[in-house]
Write a protein that binds this ligand. Sequence first.
Ligand code: MOS
Length: 735
Amino acid sequence: MSTVESRPLVGAGVNRVDGPRKVTGTAPYPMDFSVPGQAYGALVQSTVSAGRIIRMDTEEAERSPGVISVLTHENAPQVGTGPTTVLGEAPPAPLRNDRVMHHGQHIAFVVAETPEQAAAAARLVHAEYEAAEPLLDLQDPRAQHLVDPWKMDHSRGDVSAALEAADVIVRGTYFTADNTNNPLGLFATLAAWEEDTLTVHDTSQWPSMVRTTLAMVFGIPESSVRVLVPYVGGGFGAGLRAWPHVILTAMAARTTKRPVKLVLTRPQMFTSVGHRPSGVQWLSVGASRDGGLVALDHRSLSSLSMEDNDYEPFSHGTAFAYQCPNVITRDQQAKLNIAVPTSMRAPAEAQGSFALESALDELAYTLRMDPLELRIRNHTEVDPRNGLPWSGKALLECYEVGARRFGWADRSPEPRSMRDGNWLVGYGMASAMFPYFATPCMAEATVNRDGSAFVRSAATDIGTGTYTVMAQLSAEELGLPLDKVRFDLGDSDMPDSMMAGGSGLTGALGNAVHDACRRLVGLFADLARGDADSPLLGASPEDVEVSGGRVHLAGRPDRGESYADILARHGLAQLTATGSSRPPDPAEIGMSPAGAYGAKFVEVRVDADLGIVRVARVVSAIDGGRILNEKTARSQIIGGTVGGIGMALFEDTVTDPRTGRIANGTFGDYLVAVNADIPELDVIFVGEPDRGTPTGTKGVGEVGLVGIAPAIANAVYHATGKRIRDLPITIDNLL
Ligand code: MOS
C-alpha cells in the first residue's frame, strides 16, 4: 500500500496497523501489564441487595497466607468523588459507609502476594447484614422515578388531538431486557504510586476521564496522574466510566504502599462494569389512510441503580426519525437495587427504535401498505425539531440500494405466505439511525528530521480500528506513505481526546487530526516561503500542498522540497503542531449535524413445529458519511449486527426477583450470538461525505446494531403472524 502513493489512502480497506501485534500476542492488554513488587487485589461483593452491613469479620482473611491488607468501610480512607461529565455524574466513592445498594456491591478489597492468595482470602471475609427488602421490579410502584433526567424530552404540535383525528392508530407496549456488554477482555487495573504520583493501567474507553476522576478522588493534581490504555479487549460502553473497582485498586495501592493489580472475574463483569438497562415503552402511532404519520406518542421507563446515573433517553430518536407534525417523547428512570446500568452499544437508540420500528411495521399491515413504502412516505430531509436540513442523510439511498440487494420486491406481503419445507420464511425491515454526537477533541502532529511523522491523542482503540484509520488520515493529510506515520494513543499525557463512545471518536478525532496536520504543513510552508534558498520562496499559503513527503506548489511536485530538507536547513530536529475540533454548531453551519443512517433487511426462518428462529440473511445499507477504511468500517457494521441479533434472540441478564442476584452471570449461562447463529452479513455503504465537518465522517460504531432487533421481530411476524413486543424473542413466545 505504502509504495503506491498515487492510490488514495483514505477509504482503502488497509489492514489494521496493530493487527500483527494482536495476532502474535504482543499487544499488551490492561491485564498483561506488571511492575516489580506488585501485589494482587480481589473483590468481596455483597450477597444481599439492600440493607446494612452490621458486622465485618476480616480476621480469618487477614491470617490467610500471603495477605497484606483487607480494606472495608471500617478502615478505608474516605475519598472524594469524580467529575460530572457529558455522560453524567461520577459513581459514588466505594467503601464509604455500611449501606448496601445492590447485590454484588464491592464491600471489601483484599490485597495479597499472589492472585490466588487474594482470591482465596476474599472468600474468608464474612459480612453480616441487616437486609432490607430490595426494589427489583422495574414497574414496582414504590420505586422513585427520575423524570426527564437528560432534559431531552420533546414535544411539538398537539398529539392528543391528532391521535383523536387519526384514521388509524396503532398502540403497543414493548419490553427490552437487561443485556450485559460482555467485552471479551476482562477489565483490569494496575495502580502504582510513587510518592504522590499515580500511574494506572486501566481498561478504559476514556483515559482522560479516568485521570480526572482519580485526581479528584485522591485530591491530587491531574498532572500527578497518568492513565495508560494502549489496547482494550472490547468495551461496548463498559469502559466509559472510572468504576469503583478502579478507585479501590488505587486506594489499596496507596494504603499498602505496593503496586496493586486487579483483574475482574467474568461473573464480576456482570455486576461491576455496567449493563444495558431493561425498559418498558408505550407507543401510540396515528396515521392517515395514505400512510402519513400524524402523531407519535412515545414514553419509556427504564431501570437505574439507587445512586448512580445512566444516559438512556429511549424515546429521544422518535423526535426526529420521521416527518410528523405532532410528537411527544417522555423518558423516566426507576431507581432499583441493581448494579449500575450504563451505555451499551447504541444506548437508548437500540431500545427506542425497537418500539418505533415494530410499531411502524404493524401500522403498515394495518394500512395494507408495504413497510418500506411507509418509511419512504414519512422520510424527512430536514430535522423536524428545528427545520434545518441535515448535514447529510442518504437514507432514501439506503432503502433503495438495500431493498434491491436483498430482493425485497420478491416478498409476498401476507404473513405465513412464504415457506421452505417446514421453515416459515419471513422478510422484515427497519430503518436505523444513530444520532450525531461529539465533544471537543485534540491531537498533535510532529514531523521528524528524517521526514517520518508521529501523530497522537489520548484516545483509545477499543478494537474499532482507531490506530489504523487515524494513521491513514494523518498520512493523507501530511502527504506521507502509511509506513512513515505512527499514530499513538492510549496515554492520558497526550493531548485530550473525546471518549471512544457515542460513535463520535472517529469524527471528533479525525477533525482534530486534520486540523493538527494542516497547521503542521502550514509551519513548513511558512519556513519555506520566507527562505531565499527554497523553491517555495514567496509562494502564497493556498498554493502549497504536500505529497510524497514533500512540500510543493499545487500540482507541481517538482517545485518544492522535502520535510527533511526544510528541517535540516533550519537546524530543526522536528516541527510539531496541535490541532483541535469542536462539534459543529447548527447555527454556524446552517444545518443540523446528522448521525449515521441505515436500512436493515432481514430474512428469518422459523421452524413451524418447534418455534426455532434462525436468521438466514441480513443486508445492511449504511450511510456512514465518508468511510475512512472500508474494511474496519464494514467490521463495525458486522459486529453491530451480531450484537443486534444477540439482543433480538438471545441476550437477557436475569436477576433473581427475590435476592437481586444475577442468575446467569457467566458465559456458560448468558447467551450471546455465536458463529452458528450468524449467517452471511451483507454490508453496503452509500451516501456522501457529511457536509457538517471537515473529514465528513459520521461514525459507524453503533448504527450497525440499531434496527436489527425490530427487523428480526418484523420478519418473525411476517413468517408466523405473531407480533412479539418483548425482547429477546424466545421459542416459548412462538409456540
Ligand atoms: Mo458506546 S456504548 O457509546 O461505547
